[in-house]
Design a protein around this ligand. Structure first.
Ligand code: HDE
Length: 705
């Protein structure tokens, strides 16, 4: 039945006399703060009487072309999407600030480093690389770590990753590399996964990718949270001081909460239970006032060191071990504000590697040079106009002025007569002028040589640092690397590709190659592939490369899953909550229903998750609070059993009250040293303290022999 057109309500009629709604200019652009009684209008401001029905002839007749409200609404909806990023499509951003510890004027004239204690506004976007915008967060992948610092001398974008090296040495291979890792073009799968033939075909034919592969197959590629991962500028950059002296610099971000990763089995399950795990984690942490933070570290070195170093400092597949050039901490990045609007800020933010400021300069790292071309180009495609710099998230926060004008969606239109330079106008009309002293000057590096397409011979060692990385890992981490290679290559359908990869791994480490070959069930080890340069055996292990060797010994910022049955001890709940707070951790309650559980004091403890909606993979540690009858009831529920089994096999610490025993029995787990009775005097506190090790590692070490 047709609905009758509605009469204009008294409320709407009244609001007509009001002033227009407030408009707030935020980082996301103009975000309109609507008054509660605002009337719905078209984009032209015409009040809308009926937003439920299109304009039609008669009750059941055809639609009319003159329905401008419908036309405008559908037109706008049809154009809501902009192209997602070709790579790094899935990401999440937040605002914050960067604070310099002390002036770095002896190294650089960058204004951002000029004054100790000064804060510079920042926007950071974390991302996965391979998956599309709607893919899951816990892909095995590199994470983007892109930082925009709105300095007083212009925007500085440090567009880095959570892995300090890259797959390729020359940017001309980037489209091939990305094509190879993305879903295969005929079948359009797999999504957000490198575990397929095309990827392994490509990388096994590109030995320069081996070092990066070690990192991607390590736990670095499945971080527990954006908050618990390192970031790297990757390339060697230059610092240039006021006297024009240049030194090389590599940038590092060190998470103050320490590094932490999930296990692969957790990653797979988290992707089902909460595909937004990482973005939710960032949103929640900032919302709770637990602001994620990183220290900025720099490795500074001169030409002399560059000439002496074992590898070419321009080769983006190499690191400089921290044990050789220490990382000096020079400032701190804090993320303290979520976005107002995801599209306006996180989607429209346009990072460009060429956004640098006086005092910082490029080197000839071929990848960096290629990126400097790519990012501007990609932003034009994505955002549709050279005026993407007018979007508030991209605009500098310092004064800026140029004679660039017009174009699609120009929002900053200068007034006055002059739009060229040089000009002879004076006063307000003269427009901006160049400043040879304050302005950006490129470091006057001497360059020369024949014009050629050539890979430098100094880039030819593809295996030594891969070996160094592997040998710097703890045994459990090495085992994870073997398992990851085995998993990925087991998804490869073509035996020759699997074998070629194992042949390459023989140049890294024999145990690694053998472990993967065994995992794949290869009848015999393939002969090692011929390396361009014989891998070195004399590089010292670098403990800084291991996550486990640098464990934070802190449970701060982590999350406990508290499974509670009706009748459970209210005192134990309170003790666990107190212990969690003391450790800086948060507690999420899981009960049979979302309403919650009624405790032994008759009070209702509201739940955050219904049983099954909050599996233990979403938590860093778990607690099971139940009386015996409560646990017997839970033991009949598969999600409750899984909660315990998974927590156990994933090496989590388990807090419990003795009544929980029937559930443990039903789940088939035998409590070990990683189980703590929280009802015991001081038990909850002890549970909080043991959680600082993050996992009960002995449970994860495979039996020997
Ligand atoms: Fe990128 N990369 N990249 N990349 N990259 C992009 O720019 C590119 C590389 C990185 O959160 C694109 O805005 C080339 C290394 C991050 O918005 C594109 C090469 C590193 C982000 C592009 C590289 C990165 C991007 C796609 C080889 C670590 C996400 C969308 C020469 C140091 C930024 C976009 C964000 C995004 C090109 C290699 C990091 C196509 C050609 C090495 C964190 O321009």
């Amino acid at each position: 039945m047709a609905t009758k057109p509605r009469a204009v309500s008294k409320r709407a009629a009244k609001s007509r006399q009001k002033t227009p709604p407030d408009t707030k200019i935020g980082n996301g652009g103009e975000t309109h703060q609507l008054a509660t009684d605002t009337v719905l209008t078209t984009q032209q401001g015409t009040p809308v009487a009926d937003d439920q029905n299109t304009l039609r002839l008669g009750e059941r007749g055809p639609a009319l072309l003159e329905d401008f409200h419908f036309r405008e609404k559908i037109f706008h909806f049809d154009h809501e999407r902009i192209p997602e990023r070709v790579v790094h499509a899935r990401g999440y951003g937040a605002h914050g600030y960067f604070e310099t510890y002390r002036p770095l004027t002896e190294l650089t004239r960058a204004d951002v480093f000029a004054r100790g204690g000064e804060r510079t506004p920042a926007f950071v976007r974390f991302s996965t690389v391979a998956g599309s915008k709607g893919s899951f967060d816990l892909a095995r992948d590199v994470r983007g770590f892109a930082v925009k610092l709105y300095t007083q001398e212009g925007n500085w974008d440090l567009v880095g990753n959570n892995i300090p090296v890259f797959f390729i040495q020359d940017p001309i291979k980037f489209p091939d590399m990305v094509h190879a890792v993305k879903p295969e073009p005929d079948r359009a799968f797999p999504q957000a996964q490198s575990a397929h033939d095309n990827f392994w075909d490509f990388v096994s034919l590109m030995p320069e990718s081996t070092h990066m592969l070690m990192w991607v197959m390590s736990d670095r590629a499945i971080p527990r949270s954006f908050r618990f991962m390192e970031g790297f500028g990757v390339h060697t950059f230059r610092f240039v001081n006021a006297k024009g002296k240049s030194r090389f610099v590599k940038f590092h971000w060190k998470p103050e909460a320490g590094m932490q990763s999930v296990l692969w089995d957790e990653a797979v399950k988290i992707n089902g239970a909460d595909p937004d795990f990482h973005r939710r984690d960032l949103w929640d942490a900032i919302g709770q006032g637990d602001f994620p933070s990183w220290e900025l570290g720099i490795q500074v070195f001169d030409d002399d060191f560059a000439d002496r170093f074992d590898f070419d400092i321009l080769d983006p597949t190499k690191i400089i071990p921290e044990e050789i050039v220490p990382v000096e901490r020079v400032g701190r990045l804090v993320l303290d504000r979520v976005v107002d609007n995801f599209f306006a800020e996180t989607e429209q933010v346009a990072f460009c590697t060429q956004n640098i400021v006086p005092g910082i300069d490029f080197t000839n790292d071929p990848l960096l040079q290629g990126r400097n071309f790519s990012y501007l180009d990609t932003q034009l495609k994505r955002l549709g106009s050279p005026n993407f710099t007018h979007i508030p998230i991209n605009a500098p926060k310092c004064p800026f002025a140029s004679f660039q004008q017009d174009g699609h969606m120009a929002m900053r239109n200068p007034v006055g007569r002059v739009n060229y330079e040089p000009n002879s106008w004076e006063g307000a009309d003269r427009g901006p002028r160049e400043d040879p002293v304050r302005g950006f000057t490129s470091y006057a590096a001497e360059e020369g040589g024949a014009k050629r397409r050539l890979r430098p011979s100094s880039f030819a060692d593809h295996y030594s640092q891969a070996r160094q990385f592997y040998r710097s890992q703890q045994p459990l981490e090495q085992q994870h690397i073997i398992e990851a290679f085995t998993f990925e290559l087991s998804k490869v359908e073509t035996p020759a590709i699997r074998e070629r990869m194992v042949a390459n791994l023989r140049n890294v480490d024999e145990d690694l190659a053998r472990g993967v070959a065994d995992g794949l069930g290869l009848p015999q080890l393939p002969a090692p592939s011929a390396p361009a340069v014989e891998p070195r055996d004399d590089l010292a292990a670098s403990p800084a490369l291991s996550i486990l060797a640098n464990a934070p010994d802190s449970f701060a910022g982590r999350k406990i899953g508290l499974l509670v049955a009706d009748g459970a001890s209210a005192a134990a709940v309170a003790a666990v909550q107190r212990a969690a707070k003391a450790e800086g951790a948060v507690v999420e309650v899981i009960a049979a229903t979302i309403t919650g559980a009624t405790l032994d004091d008759g009070q209702l403890l509201p739940a955050d998750q219904k049983l099954g909606g909050g599996p233990s993979v979403l938590y860093d540690a778990v607690v099971v609070l139940a009386t015996e009858p409560g646990a017997e009831l839970l033991a009949t529920q598969p999600p409750a059993k899984e909660f315990v089994t998974h927590a156990h096999v994933h090496g989590k610490f388990v807090g419990y009250t003795p009544g929980a025993a029937p559930l443990f029995d039903a789940a088939g787990v035998v409590p070990d040293d990683g189980y703590v009775d929280v009802q015991r005097r001081g038990g909850a506190k002890q549970f909080g303290a043991v959680c600082r090790s993050l996992r009960h590692w002995p449970r994860l070490v495979p039996p020997t022999g």
